[in-house]
Write a protein that binds this ligand. Structure first.
Ligand code: ACM
Ligand code: ZN
Length: 526
């Protein structure tokens, strides 16, 4: 890398009078040469794969070019100094996961990943240097970028329980995650309103539990019920296809199998799993329901273990999410089996009974080599020894868990619940709240109240997409764009590099990308 060529212009490109680049998330270091120029990508430009492991990165670029510009590039194995796009993977002694450099000059574009995913992120940056208008020759400015992520967990969540989204849209959603250099999708697969993953040993979970007989109309509690049967589920084959699709984009799929609450759909399929034995129903309205898995019945644990025996092999993720949120204790308080369990284990109250439940499941999941993630309610009654906590009711749970030496993922309702309204007044039907773009952008995942010695426990953060009021993919897009772009910068870019005005400036180009992608984004963001 010839340092004479470049002058530092990080964040001050306008002042330098050079071509502006608008990359989101903002890279760590961007330099542009004194004499500006462009490298032109045409259908004759070759991609040189200098390491076969980078084939998914080349394939992603070609898919993107084909979809949005109408041509692909030949991929060649031979390396060397030929003009073209060179994809390299040269790990130093201690590689930073996700780090890459990208250099563009008159002859070539060179992307060098410190890790495989680093090269993939270099491709994402190259994509953001492409013009947003279709053209047979795509001009890329001479540039030198050195970049790496701030946090290891950069997530987006998708609730497919309240509304079911087809495989094609889940893949699209994974592409959006990739294009933002994010690396986790938390797939919320089971809910009161629908069980969405095929479990071969328990076919009624999807034959019965994946279908509800209607859905409320309008905002909860609704004006009526549409009485239209609604549902769907993913076969294990489809799950594998999605996990594989995500892996080629360096995205880990974390499945959530919710327990002990939000379990109406499972109880409807197998009523013996509840405290009363039912009957139950797949819910047609939103909220929190009092019927939950019985904590005193051993067959509940063998059922959940059987389910996990089928789920865990489908997901290479070291994490599995077990829910743990919003579990009313009403049925446990009057259930003889639950009360007998409480007495047998000397449990003080039903919170401790919930901890017994989660810890028993954790032991099983740990024995399979996996780590549980739970919503912050799992702190109540005593945290499972190896659990990662998702702090959603604010920062308190995250701080408490980190102080106990647990890893945490920050998902506070205040900043990253992307089901909340984006404007006042909000044009569309939403659950409530008010989380404008600027607020999401302002989010700092390391809580101010956390001792710096514990900050390493904050793995990152995640945007949550609960879909009560998102029936169609276009509504999901409307809710995530542009807030997801803001969140990507919160998670990737250095804290000092964040600047709202400059982000707003770069967002103008991002909006042109949304237009190119043909996504439905919120045009009245605040
Ligand atoms: C949650 O929003 N109930 C985790
Ligand atoms: Zn019970």
């Amino acid at each position: 890398m010839n340092h004479f060529w470049f002058i530092a212009c990080i964040q001050v490109m306008a002042a330098c009078g050079l071509a502006q680049v608008s990359i989101i998330p903002q890279p760590v270091e961007v330099k542009m040469p004194e004499s500006a120029g462009n490298f032109s990508i045409t259908s004759k430009t070759s991609i040189y794969l200098e390491d076969a492991r980078l084939a998914p990165s080349a394939a992603f670029l070609n898919d993107y070019l084909k979809q949005f510009y109408g041509f692909t590039l030949p991929v060649k194995k031979k390396s060397g100094t030929a003009p073209g796009i060179h994809l390299r993977y040269q790990p130093p002694a201690s590689p930073k996961v996700g780090a890459y450099t990208l250099q563009v000059d008159a002859k070539s574009i060179v992307i060098n990943g410190e890790t495989e995913q680093g090269a993939f992120y270099g491709i994402q940056t190259l994509i953001q240097l492409l013009p947003t208008a279709k053209s047979p020759a795509l001009s890329i400015p001479y540039i030198l970028i050195n970049d790496y992520p701030r946090f290891p967990y950069r997530g987006m969540h998708l609730d497919v329980g309240r509304h079911f989204f087809p495989v094609a849209f889940v893949k699209k959603y994974i592409d959006y995650i990739a294009l933002h250099k994010m690396n986790y999708i938390h797939w919320h697969l089971t809910e009161d309103q629908g069980w969405r993953i095929e479990i071969k040993k328990y076919p009624l979970l999807t034959q019965v539990g994946a279908w509800r007989n209607g859905t409320i109309i309008g905002h909860h509690p609704g004006t009526a019920n549409d009485n239209i049967r609604y549902g769907g589920f993913y076969t294990q084959k489809e799950v594998k296809e999605i996990v594989d699709y995500a892996a080629k984009r360096y995205i880990t799929v974390v499945p959530e199998i919710e327990m002990p609450g939000h379990s109406s759909a499972a109880l409807t399929a197998y009523p013996h799993l509840g405290c009363t034995g039912g009957p139950y129903k797949v819910q047609e309205t939103w909220g929190v329901f009092k019927d939950v898995y019985c904590a005193g019945n051993d067959s509940v644990f063998s059922f959940l273990q059987d389910v996990l025996d089928e789920v865990l092999p489908l997901f290479p993720s070291k994490y599995v999410h077990i829910g743990g949120d919003e579990c009313p204790k009403d049925s446990w308080k009057v259930c003889p089996k639950c009360q007998a369990r409480k007495a047998a284990h000397n449990l003080k109250d039903e919170h401790e009974l919930q901890s017994y439940f989660i810890q028993r499941m954790e032991k099983y999941i740990n024995s399979k080599g996996k780590i549980i993630i739970g919503w912050d309610e799992i702190l109540e009654g005593g945290l499972a020894p190896n659990a990662v906590v998702m702090s959603w009711r604010g920062e308190k749970g995250g701080i408490e868990a980190a102080n106990q030496g647990h890893d945490v993922i920050m998902t506070p309702v205040s900043h990253v619940y992307l089901d909340y309204a984006q404007a006042k007044p909000e044009d569309s039907l939403v659950i409530g709240g008010y989380t404008p773009l600027k607020k999401t952008y302002s989010y700092e995942p390391i809580p101010a109240g956390l001792d710096t010695s514990k900050s390493r426990h904050v793995l990152g953060a995640q945007g949550n997409v609960w879909t009560e009021y998102m029936r169609h993919p276009s509504k999901v897009e409307y809710m995530i764009f542009p807030r997801m772009s803001a969140l990507s910068e919160v998670l990737w870019s250095a804290r000092e590099a964040k600047n709202w005005e400059r982000f707003e400036g770069r967002l103008q180009k991002q909006i042109k990308r949304y237009e190119l992608w043909g996504v439905n984004y919120n045009k009245k963001f605040e």
